[in-house]
Design a protein around this ligand. Structure first.
Ligand SMILES: Nc1ncnc2c1ncn2[C@@H]1O[C@H](COP(=O)(O)OP(=O)(O)OP(=O)(O)O)[C@@H](O)[C@H]1O
Ligand SMILES: Cc1ncc(CO)c(N)n1
Length: 275
């Protein structure tokens, strides 16, 4: 049996709903072998972020080089980076090690409203990381920040912004519609060489949406080596996330916006009771 090694480069969440912890759960649930390089230690939980302890860029390079000189990587998810020094270190590793299947989640602000990327680092994401991403997965505010435009709230304008993001160098853009209102939660995939695709799911009525973005980008990275095309990886990742959201209220984690439920997403209804 072929096994695939999936790397997350991201910050931490001690409550396990977002960041590296969510990424590793997702990789495992979807059959990948999960690995991680930590970019920032974040004191956060379901109610918000208290403090960020940055990792020195030289130590990010040390983690990446040590890992990549030993282990073959089949796909990479990049999440919270924090500042330009960390971005430079990650850019160098992508180039030096020719990392494949790079999924960039351009994390800027947590659901709680706390900043996870320095404002002066947005330019480095735009100019250094977008051109190295096989797929970038912004939410609506992140797309607006990257383009220096107003945030949009309808599918037609999303299509226009996603197309403009392609011109910044990303090979494909999945513009996420989690912040839209309405009965469904629709994401839009745009690539230079293919017609746009929409991925729509029933909007789950839950407050427990902590880590949805992390889970989606990680699921895409985990599935890409197991699928023939990006489109298939995105489709199946979106279905995985929707199932995990559907069962989020089964968990009892914290007093704020709780995490999604990976166990139920994979094994389905009833296993918790049996096992
Ligand atoms: N209530 C919901 N029901 C169904 N799908 C949802 C819901 N909320 C978000 N999603 C989906 O979750 C994914 C993440 O979307 P969103 O736009 O919220 O990302 P995000 O803001 O980057 O998330 P995060 O705050 O975790 O970084 C998208 O596929 C979106 O459509
Ligand atoms: C470390 C980390 N990455 C991403 C998010 C997205 O909200 C978060 N809350 N924390």
């Amino acid at each position: 049996m072929t096994s695939f090694n999936i790397l997350s480069i991201a910050g931490t969440d001690p409550s396990g709903g977002a960041g590296i912890q969510a990424d590793l759960k997702t990789f495992s649930a979807l059959g990948g072998y999960g690995m991680s390089v930590v970019t920032a230690l974040v004191a956060q939980t379901t109610t918000g972020v208290r403090e960020v302890h940055e990792v020195p860029p030289e130590f990010i390079t040390s983690q990446l080089d040590t890992l990549l000189n030993d282990v073959r990587v089949d796909a990479v998810k990049i999440g919270m980076l924090g500042n330009t020094g960390v971005i430079d270190a990650v850019v160098r590793a992508i180039d030096d090690h020719r990392l494949p299947n790079v999924v960039l989640d351009p994390v800027m602000v947590a659901k709680s409203g706390d900043r996870l990327l320095a404002a002066d680092a947005i330019e480095a994401v735009r100019s250094q990381l977008l051109p190295r991403a096989d797929l970038v997965t912004p939410n609506l505010p992140e797309a607006a920040e990257l383009l220096g435009e107003e945030e949009v709230h309808d599918l037609a304008s999303m299509g226009e912004q996603a197309t403009r993001l392609l011109t910044l160098g990303a090979r494909q853009v999945l513009l996420k519609g989690g912040h839209l209102s309405g009965q469904s939660s629709t994401d839009l995939l745009v690539a230079a060489e293919a017609a746009p695709e929409t991925f729509s799911a029933e909007r789950i009525p839950t407050k427990n949406t902590h880590g949805t973005g992390c889970t989606l980008s990680s699921a895409i990275a985990a599935l890409r080596p197991q699928r023939r095309a990006w489109f298939e990886a995105v489709r199946d990742a979106k279905n995985y996330l929707t199932e995990a959201l559907r069962h989020a209220d089964d968990l009892e984690v914290g007093h704020g916006k709780g995490p999604v439920h990976h166990f139920h997403a994979w094994w389905g209804e009833g296993v918790g009771e049996r096992g």
